[in-house]
Write a protein that binds this ligand. Structure first.
Ligand SMILES: *Cc1c(COP(=O)(O)O)cnc(C)c1O
Length: 359
């Protein structure tokens, strides 16, 4: 590495990477645990076949048809009328976040986030040469007035993840509006887990908050992590400005079509979301009953603890073939809600741990 003329600020850095270990029960990356049924897969495949025949041509650079479908989905989901000109898709919400940082961050600019939160936010900030300012959430992982007072008015980008990864709790719309109105920053709300929460989306604030960008993804609720499709919702002015930084033809015609096909069946995919919400509530209740702590989650994962040494518990679970995530918060671990069989195995392992501990 050192023989290459790498940017000095990147030398010695390590790349993002949740361990992709080969274990029977993977509850570490917040994926949807359900596979797509054969009929759905076959229907999408037949539509992809048609698109493939035209693969000699570049894709629709503006992804018009997909944006129409996303706008329709959002309007139905939030009750706010969203036009295709207010939506912009890319290869996962990580690429959307990157584009937002290319537009609003950069050298000499400052982004602020409330941590612990999604580990990619500071990484994307760094990649775009934006200074990262971290404000600690309070002991309940909330953004309270004290935390808000730490936001300087001259920051350029503010990131709020709600429901927050890895803690699962939500931030109220009042706080998001307060952050918007008391600064001149671009406020980015990462709603990757919105479909798992019944609290109102920040999409409902777009009309009154012109500097608001709501980022969403099909990776979790739609079970589309492998396809890579995320999107941002905001003002038409924001979406027009994003065209300055996007690469031409960034979204393949195959990706566009797969997402269009999936959005046509959004309803059936949401059934699985209902199931996961039930699993989550059940798991939380059982963990609490066992005497562990669990943060009230509005997502498809639970932050649980509190352990004297969470690394030991992580290893204990791994030995049982269960992979959870150590997100680096002392005393806590994060578990993704899987199928009921996977969750039962996890809870059984935790029950044993509880018993051996109380001896
Ligand atoms: C999983 C996740 C994403 C999703 O990223 P994609 O690139 O869309 O797969 C974005 N934000 C948060 C907070 C996440 O947890």
């Amino acid at each position: 590495m050192s023989s290459l003329p790498i940017r000095p600020d990147l030398v010695g850095k390590s790349a993002y990477g949740a361990p992709q270990l080969d274990v029977p029960i993977k509850l570490n990356t917040n994926e949807n645990p359900f596979e797509h049924d054969g009929k759905f897969a076959a229907d999408v495949a037949s539509e992809l076949e048609i698109v493939m025949a035209n693969a000699n041509r570049y894709p629709d650079r503006d992804a018009i048809k997909l944006r129409e479908k996303l706008a329709q989905y959002l309007s139905d989901a939030t009750g706010v009328s969203i036009s295709p000109e207010q939506v912009w898709p890319a290869n996962g919400s990580n690429e959307v976040l990157m584009q937002l940082f290319q537009l609003f961050g950069g050298p000499g600019r400052v982004a602020v986030g409330f941590e612990p939160s999604y580990s990619m936010h500071p990484i994307i900030s760094q990649l775009t040469n934006t200074s990262w300012m971290s404000i600690h959430r309070d002991q309940d992982f909330e953004i309270s007035n004290v935390e808000l007072s730490g936001v300087e008015t001259q920051v350029n980008v503010i990131l709020v993840c709600t429901p927050n990864n890895p803690t699962g709790n939500i931030t109220s719309l009042e706080i998001i509006k307060q952050l918007h109105d008391s600064t001149s920053a671009m406020v980015i709300v990462d709603e990757a887990y919105a479909e798992f929460s019944d609290s109102p989306s920040a999409v409902t604030l777009i009309q009154e908050c012109p500097r608001l960008a709501v980022v969403r993804t099909m990776s979790k609720a739609f079970g589309f992590a492998g396809v890579r499709l995320g999107y941002v919702v905001g003002s038409t002015e924001l979406i027009a400005a994003l065209q300055l930084v996007r690469l031409p033809y960034h979204l393949s015609s195959l990706t566009q079509q797969a997402a269009i096909s999936a959005l046509a069946t959004a309803k059936s995919l949401h059934l699985k979301v209902e199931q996961l919400i039930e699993e989550r509530n059940q798991m939380t209740a059982v963990l609490l009953e066992m005497g562990f702590k669990a943060v009230d989650s509005h997502a498809n994962f639970i932050l649980f603890g509190k352990f004297r040494n969470q690394v030991e518990v992580w290893e204990y679970l791994l030995n049982k073939g269960i992979l959870v995530r150590d997100v680096g918060i002392p005393g806590w671990l994060r578990v993704t809600c899987g199928t009921s069989t996977e969750n039962s195995a996890f809870l059984a392992a935790m029950a044993e741990l509880k018993d051996s501990k109380s001896e």
